[in-house]
Write a protein that binds this ligand. Structure first.
Ligand code: FES
Length: 518
């Protein structure tokens, strides 16, 4: 089996029974904020795109690059489709010209021509990707690979059942806006960022330990930020609170916990994998490349400046009545939303500036009033969350009829945020569900989920607690750690006060817990 690194979460897997291209991403994503790093735009995409199978793990724009898929990937390729609750991924791929689809069943092995076997595990909670994320398992001739991608299954049991895995590809770095965009004192931001950075690595070690593959490949990030206003997010300033450590940092941290089997793939690196060994060749020496990271970034910034400028030129549509358009789109959804509207539990304010981000003059303030089920002008009131961003960005979202503001605005990091009280996942869940289909799905999921997490118990130290984490159902007998009266679920690091059951990380999500009798 041959694995070619093609940048970020992308790779091409070649076997004697066929080739699979995974998540090819080249063009900037999220309002031209994220670029793949190292730059993969000069690879021979005509050849790489001539494949038998295409796997797009999910619809996040750093995995689903419509322009690139349309131009370079063979439409004769059969799409290996994860089993998602909505048909959006399939619909969008069909629109790009793909015609052949293998609709996989989640967690089921599918045997393709020539003895190539694949299995896709689809995660389907409203907080997984843009409603859905997935991992691809491949086997050929006794060699097994798990491309876990940036998916976060509660455990890897299903993959372990299929036999020893030889190569495990997984995410290790950050891919979110927290805590950088929050309006916090610098010291607090650094402390939260550091916690997050540590937690990302802890989670990665846990997955690696779970699977115990022969070789581990750090993939799916971090992106790089080439616009001047976002440049500080690149991990080149020695900031211990930066959540975007790169592959060379991964190798150093992995070595500290005893890891000796890591392999970094640059775009163009090729690993020849067997059940006994992995031989890798690189286009340039990896250490040397990362030693000159800043210089590579600066050169890339220069090369990509025209791309960013062209994108920016398309965002402004001042003629759009933003308040009217938000009212029309959001009010009917507020009306239908039970769980999410109640979960948000207060007004959310959008301050819109005359720039392309949080800086500049505020020209309009709009409130999405979840309890009042209304979108209206801000009325000098207390709000649950406040977002500050460029009016032009919202104009553009309205112009392109975007139904997922997480997979566009929020991941762009071109905003600032402030909140009263704890993190509230319902806020972000709602803004990724700005369509009838998604809203209904998410509401149904929360409804079922609330009932399901209640059922079983487990004992942790002196406490009997519900077995499934109130966040995303992780098995607390594996992921739960009790320290005094606080339980931490290590999957995403959420904390719970056991005597009261209160979630210390987010609103709602109470846990059932009782001190075990002595
Ligand atoms: S499942 Fe996310 S913190 Fe437990």
């Amino acid at each position: 089996m041959r694995i070619t690194g093609t940048g970020h979460a992308s790779m091409r897997i070649d076997t004697a029974a066929g080739s699979i291209l995974c998540d090819p991403w080249v063009n900037p994503a999220y309002f031209a904020s994220w670029f793949p790093f190292p730059d993969n735009s000069l690879l021979d995409w005509e050849t790489l795109g001539d494949v038998d199978y295409l796997y797009v793990s999910h619809l996040h724009r750093d995995h689903f690059d419509a322009e690139h898929l349309k131009r370079f990937i063979s439409k004769k390729a059969t799409v290996l489709l994860p089993e998602y609750p909505t048909s959006q991924l399939e619909d969008e791929l069909r629109e790009l010209g793909f015609k052949s689809f293998l609709k996989t069943k989640s967690d089921e092995v599918h045997e393709l021509d020539g003895g190539l076997k694949v299995m896709i595990q689809a995660l389907i909670s409203p907080t997984d990707g843009p409603i859905g994320d997935s991992s691809l398992w491949v086997e050929h001739d006794g060699v097994r690979v798990l491309n876990q991608n940036d998916a976060r299954p509660t455990d890897l049991t299903r993959f372990n059942e299929l036999g020893h895995v030889h190569a495990h590809m997984l995410q290790f770095s950050g891919a979110i806006w927290y805590p950088m965009v929050y309006e916090l004192p610098e010291a607090a931001k650094t402390a939260f960022g550091k916690q997050k950075r540590d937690r990302q690595f802890d989670r990665t070690w846990r997955y690696i330990d779970d699977l115990k593959a022969d070789h581990v490949f750090p993939i799916a990030g971090p992106p790089c930020f080439l616009d001047d206003t976002l440049w500080q997010f690149n991990d080149i300033f020695g900031d211990e609170g930066n959540i975007f450590p790169d592959q060379s940092v991964f190798m150093a941290e992995y070595a500290k916990v005893g890891g000796t089997n890591g392999i970094v793939l640059l775009p163009g690196s090729v690993t020849t994998l067997s059940d006994k060994s992995a031989e890798t060749t690189h286009p340039v020496p990896v250490d040397e490349f990362f030693a000159n990271k800043q210089q590579h970034l600066e050169e890339m910034r220069e090369r990509k400046a025209p791309v960013i400028a062209a994108e920016k030129a398309s965002w402004r549509h001042p003629e759009i009545d933003v308040l009217g358009a938000m009212k029309k789109r959001i009010e009917p959804l507020l009306e239908e939303s039970l769980y999410m509207a109640q979960g948000v539990g207060g007004p959310v304010r959008f301050d819109l500036t005359d720039s392309f981000g949080p800086d500049g003059e505020i020209v309009e303030s709009i409130v999405v009033d979840f309890p009042g089920k209304q979108v209206r002008p801000y009325a000098d009131e207390k709000v649950r969350y406040r977002f500050k961003t460029g009016r032009a960005l919202i104009e553009h979202l309205i112009h392109i009829d975007e139904g997922d503001w997480v997979n566009s605005l929020f991941l762009s990091c071109r905003f600032s945020a402030a909140r009263i009280g704890q993190y509230n996942e319902y806020v972000y869940a709602f803004f990724k569900c700005l369509s009838e289909e998604r809203l209904q799905y998410a509401e149904g999921w929360y409804d079922e989920h609330e009932k399901a997490v209640e059922a079983e118990d487990t004992v942790l130290g002196d406490w009997t607690v519900q077995r499934r984490c109130p966040h995303l159902k992780a098995d607390l007998s594996r992921f739960g750690i009790v320290d005094g009266n606080v339980l931490t679920c290590q999957l995403h690091g959420w904390k719970f006060d056991l005597p009261s059951g209160r979630c210390l990380t987010s609103v709602g999500h109470k846990i059932r817990a009782e001190k075990t009798a002595e």
